[in-house]
Every structure is written in C-alpha cells, then in structure tokens.
Design a protein. Structure first.
Length: 201
C-alpha cells in the first residue's frame, strides 16, 4: 500500500472509531443515570476530540504526499470504495430493521445489544476488504460483549447507593473502549510501517 493511501485510509478509520466510540460512550453514560457527571462525560468527549484531531492530521499529511497510484491501483480503490459503501448501507438497513422489530415486539431494551452485534458483524467483511486483521478482533469482541450483556448481565446494579443500568453501561463503555483501541491500533500500525520503511531506506 502506498503511503498516501495508507495515511488517508488510517486517518478516516481513526475518525470513524473516534466518533462512533464517543457515541457508544453516551450510551454508557445513560446507564450511569447521573453518576460521575460531568467528569465521565468530559473525559469521553475529550478523548473523542483528540482522536478526531489525530485522524484529521493523518489525512492532512496524506494530502502533502505525491500521488503514486497507478491505473490499476485507482480501479482497486474504486472497487474498495464501492464495497465499503455496500457494507455500510447494509449495516444501516439492518439496524433500522432491528429497531423496528424490537419496537414491534415491545423489547426496546434489546436494541443496544442487537445494534452492537450488527456493528460487530460489519467489521468482518471490512477486515478482508481493507486487509486489516485487527478488524476481525474488533468484530468478535463487539459481538461477544453484546451477547454477554444480553444474556448474563443483570438489569441493574447498586454502586455506592446509586442504581446503574448495568447492560447500558457495560455495553456502552465496552464498545467505546473496543472502538477507541481499534483506532489507536490503526495509528500504531501506520507508525510501525513508517519505521520499517525508514530502516529499509
């Protein structure tokens, strides 16, 4: 993979992980029902912003690099972009359908867990598409966390005389950490490849 392509792709990936990780943090915060406010909220927003800035900096750096993409490379990128859009659209449709079904059967408490499973599954084809092995781990971890939350975790727990909605908090913050760690891994992967190229030069 050319460095320009690697920087841009990693930057977009880091931004995605930052944004959606922070959105999942909001789910975890809802489960806390006011506990830790505003410190937990500020911490989640701060980390999310830092990661977004990091992703933007990678994209900005890629714009300064020479365009070395061949005609075959351009066709490959176009195909990857098309497949990514298809996976993203399928994920969105499945989420909409899942929410509708959960509402129809009056099981709205299942919605966060089902969404996490769909999100986790969508990482599996992306792992093959982008040749990023960590996406396999991301997908499996998200699905596993969702299943554990749905099947094992009690509805509420008491923490220092404060009632917490355990499934929301565990799922929300768990997904946040998984996605943020994935974003960090993308950045470290790029840094490692840079070091390898420097040594070879």
């Amino acid at each position: 993979m050319k460095m320009k392509e690697a920087y841009r792709g990693s930057g977009i990936g880091v931004i995605f992980m930052a944004v959606f990780g922070t959105l999942w943090a909001s789910t975890g915060i809802m489960g806390l029902q006011g506990w830790g406010f505003p410190y937990v909220d500020l911490a989640a927003i701060t980390v999310g912003i830092i990661m977004v800035i990091g992703g933007i900096s990678l994209i900005h750096a890629s714009q300064k690099m020479p365009n070395q993409i061949t005609e075959n490379g351009a066709r490959r990128l176009k195909r990857i972009g098309f497949m990514f859009n298809m996976v993203f659209i399928a994920e969105g449709l499945l989420i909409v359908i899942a929410i509708a079904i959960c509402n129809l059967i009056n099981q709205t408490d299942l919605i966060p867990g089902v969404i996490a499973i769909i999100v986790g599954i969508h990482f599996l084809p992306l792992a093959s598409l982008f040749q990023i092995k960590v996406y396999y781990a991301t997908g499996v971890l998200l699905c596993s966390l969702a299943l554990i939350t749905l099947l094992i975790v009690p509805d509420t727990v008491m923490f220092r005389k404060h009632q917490i909605l355990a499934p929301l908090s565990l799922l929300g913050f768990g997904c946040t950490l998984i996605l943020w760690f994935t974003g960090l891994t993308l950045w470290l992967r790029l840094k490692k490849s840079n070091q390898t190229i420097a040594i070879e030069d």
